[in-house]
Every structure is written in structure tokens, then in C-alpha cells.
Design a protein. Sequence first.
Length: 299
Amino acid sequence: MKTINFITTLVLITFTFNVFSQETPVKRIKISDFLLYSGTSFERTNRGMLNDFKALAPESELLKQEMLIVNKNQGYSYMTNNNFSVLVGFQFSDKDRNDYRPNPLLRLGLTYSSGSSLSSYNYGDIRSPFDTLTSSLTGEETYIDSIYAEYYSMNYESQQIQVNASMIFRTDPEERWSIFSGIGFTAGVSINANTSIHYSSEEWKEVIQNNTAYSNNNYQRRNSIENEFEFFTNKTNYGFSAYIPLGVDFRIGKKKEFWKKTHLFYEVQPTLSFNTIPELETMNKVNFRHGFGMRVNFN
């Protein structure tokens, strides 16, 4: 009897141990990372025509003026635009739900971005003879022209809050260095869309000798005549972009647990952006963003 009781007890202990030693299936998705990313882009704005800005700023008094001498349009300008992202990383379980796969990593969060979507620089000048100087030694003539010029500088810009989602694939995450790539998308609305218009005029004298204009401090001092500025608030615009994240990741620490989980990374993002402006139309542009970030891994 004692033997039977002992065997029964042993079987129960073994069964209980086996039940509790089985791994509980993991959840299908878990939060694994927290990321901060700050980037900039040096990009060319879309070229805006005069009628575009009249639609964006219909109440502008400056644009109602007759532009009799303004006949040149340099619509493109290059600007540095900024963006900042707060993201959370998610990992997915394997098929049997025994563990989490290192790839892919889903990043979700919010991005704040600012920049110019449309710009235009228009100008024109009138040149008229002012004086003629003749050398008493050589008889060479030097001409002095009087120049009057007008300038219109116009810019449409906005700040946007965007939902940012990307799918990331990286090399061995256990290594101290890793590289990654993937695909990402953003979509958002503006929180401050506005149009600015700047008008100025000036005059100066220019020295011309042998058909070549050259600097002369006695004549080329520019005198400002008018300098006016207008600012208008616009309707909410909508933005969408698709980008390819490419980067390198570095784990800071080797020994201390916190620093082993903390990473620094550099990421570039070739981006195709679309911006729907209610007063105009949908515009697109290609830009190249890059920046640095910090990633904390919870595994």
C-alpha cells in the first residue's frame, strides 16, 4: 500500500510540474521599443505663380498694386525644413506564439513637421542714364546709370501634425551595430497654414566702364524706398508622404542593463510628399530627410 501511495504521489507531482512548466503562449503583438527622432531636409519648394498667391491671399493690398516693371519670376527657393517624431515599436509573435520575431518591427507614432510648400520671388528694374564722365587724359567715357527696382517675395508654409507608420527590417538586433531599412507612410493636417507677402523697392547708381558694371562705393549705396509686409492665415491643408527609411543603429552599452537597451541611430528618408491646399490644388515634391534618433528597447 505504501508503495502504491508513493507512486501515486510521484505521478501527481510530475503531472503538476509539467503543467506549470509549460510555456504560456505569448501575445500576438507587444510594445518593444520607444523612439525619438529629429530630422531636417534641405529641399526645393514648388514654384508659385502670381495668381496662386492672389488665391491664397485675396485680401492682399500689395498684390492689388499694378506691377508695371515686375517682369521676372524666380519661383524656386531652397529651404531647410524640420521634423520631430515620437514613435513606439511593436514586435509580432512567431507562428506558434512561443517567442517574438526580431523582424519586422512596426513603428507607430506622431510626427511634427514644418516647412514651405510654395514660394515665389518676382522683381523688375528700370535703368536710366544719370551721368557721363570723360577722362581728360584718355578720353575714355564712364557711364553712370540710375536704377530703380521693385521686389515681391511670397511664401506659403505650414506646420503639420502627422500620423507616422513604418515597417522596419534590421540585421541581427543582438549585435552592437546593425543596419535597417523598410517602408513608411505619414498622413496629417496642418495646425498653422499661412501666406506671407513682402514688397520692397530701392534705387542706386551703377558705374559702367567698357560695357562692364563694377562696384564703386561712391555710387552703389542702395537706398530703400518702400518696405512692406503682409501676413494671412489660410485654411487647413492635408499632407501625405511615402518614404524609405535607411539607417544604422548603435547599442550604447555592453554591461549595464539600461545602456544595453539604449541605442542611437542615424536615419535618412528619401520621401515623396503630397500636399492638398484647399485654395489651390494638390502639389507634390521629392525631398531627402535625415536625422538622428534614440531608441530604447524593452526586451
